[in-house]
Design a protein around this ligand. Structure first.
Ligand SMILES: NC(=O)c1ccc[n+]([C@@H]2O[C@H](COP(=O)([O-])OP(=O)(O)OC[C@H]3O[C@@H](n4cnc5c(N)ncnc54)[C@H](OP(=O)(O)O)[C@@H]3O)[C@@H](O)[C@H]2O)c1
Length: 372
């Protein structure tokens, strides 16, 4: 259902000045700097948006640390992180599917931590309506990345079918929660893995059939009791810590989808001296994890009928039809109330360092957003 002028807010004022978060060079939380700026002229084919809320993703933290390959490839330094936002249309070329002032969601390959942004038209989407009302912009801002990642993993790669059993790591987080929801929508059974006891109920509420609290029980031993023949699909963004076990946990045939390596990085918390960590990577940990990351053998994989698939959404922005298909499935699912909005926690734009620290602590659930 397109958002048209008659559905746009009646009271609407353009922003007084633009603000954005800039990271001049790689590092910890202290590198996140707020600056005012004068937006450059809007390129043709782009929609100018005024952001009201911006999704925070773990990838933003990795980009801040200077470890995100596609940030180096497409932007370099200085970098404004951010892949997604929700706000209003400020300006556009001419008659289009959305009018000035319409509430919209946008995805962007970096640059999203800003109050004003120009985005190519094909990266702008309607805000879904639930029971006749648009969802709140703070909730809309957190939808695209986690749901598009989950959608591509499940439908683009793993080709899940009703009745299949999925093992989902970090299941109470952003992408993990979206995977649980899409799996439930598709009629799959899920075993959710969480790292803290307080996340167990969150994973259940998001639709998990079984939950393993790996802070209390041996993850793969318990997984074997739940699915003695193994899982049809395992979704893993941990990296070295669990990848080998995830592969072993597959049944034959089975698919392992790899979409992140967050155990390569330290969790935010306190140092041995009781000081807060600064958000910088440990080169020793990175090197050890890299060495410990399993290398999969196609000869063995063929014989066992197991596949290993991997992807990164930030390299898929040119795949416009894929993006369109994913976003329309997600927005339709939200509007039909088959998919729910993840629990969302807001931070002020200038509290971005706190948002990164929280996400890197591994204690958060659902989605974090910056409110402009
Ligand atoms: N490939 C792609 O295109 C793509 C797109 C989006 C996100 N991702 C990846 O998906 C993963 C989840 O992203 P998200 O933004 O939704 O974050 P999130 O899942 O909301 O938060 C991260 C979770 O990862 C777990 N974790 C394990 N080791 C960690 C560490 N060293 N530091 C912090 N957390 C750690 C924690 O959960 P538990 O302790 O409960 O496991 C934590 O809550 C990330 O690895 C991200 O890079 C990939």
């Amino acid at each position: 259902m397109p958002v048209t002028a008659d559905r746009a807010p009646l009271i609407y004022a353009p922003p007084m000045s633009a603000r954005r978060i800039v990271v001049d060079r790689p590092g910890g939380y202290d590198r996140l700097r707020l600056e005012r700026f004068e937006p450059a002229p809007r390129p043709r084919g782009h929609v100018r948006l005024e952001a009201r809320a911006i999704g925070v993703n773990y990838a933003d933290c990795v980009a801040r640390m200077g470890l995100y390959e596609s940030a180096k490839k497409y932007v370099g330094w200085p970098l404004t992180p951010g892949f997604e936002l929700a706000g209003h249309v400020l300006d556009l070329d001419g008659p289009w599917k959305m009018a000035r002032g319409a509430p919209v969601i946008a995805i962007t390959r970096f640059g999203g931590y800003t109050s004003v942004l120009d985005v190519p038209e094909h990266q702008v989407f309607r805000v879904p309506y639930v029971r006749g009302r648009p969802i709140a912009l703070r909730e809309a801002a957190g939808l695209p990345v986690v749901y598009a990642t989950a959608w591509y993993a499940l439908h683009g790669l793993a080709a899940i079918r009703a009745g299949q059993h999925l093992l989902v790591h970090s299941a109470a987080g952003g992408v993990g929660g979206a995977i649980l929801q899409l799996a439930k929508q598709a009629g799959c059974e899920t075993t959710a893995v969480v790292g803290r006891t307080d996340k167990v109920e969150v994973a259940r509420a998001l639709g998990a059939t079984h939950v393993i609290d790996k802070s209390r029980e041996a993850l793969f031993a318990r997984a074997r009791t739940i699915a003695p023949r193994g899982f049809d699909v395992v979704l893993d963004a941990n990296g070295a810590e669990t990848l080998k076990g995830s592969y072993e946990a597959l049944r034959s045939p089975g698919r392992l989808v790899v979409y992140g390596f967050h155990t390569m990085l330290p969790r935010a918390g306190k140092t041995l001296l009781g000081r807060p960590t600064r958000g910088t990577p440990s080169w020793r940990r990175l090197a050890t994890s890299w060495l410990e990351t399993p290398r999969f053998d196609p000869l063995r994989m063929t014989g066992e009928n197991k596949s290993v698939m991997a992807f990164n959404l930030s390299y898929l922005f040119e795949e416009t039809s894929l993006l369109e298909e994913a976003m329309s499935a997600i927005l339709d699912g939200i509007e039909r109330e088959e998919l729910s909005i993840l629990p969302t926690r807001g931070f002020a734009l200038d509290d971005v360092a706190e948002a990164h620290r929280a996400l890197e602590s591994g204690t958060t659930t659902g989605k974090l957003v910056l409110e402009v």
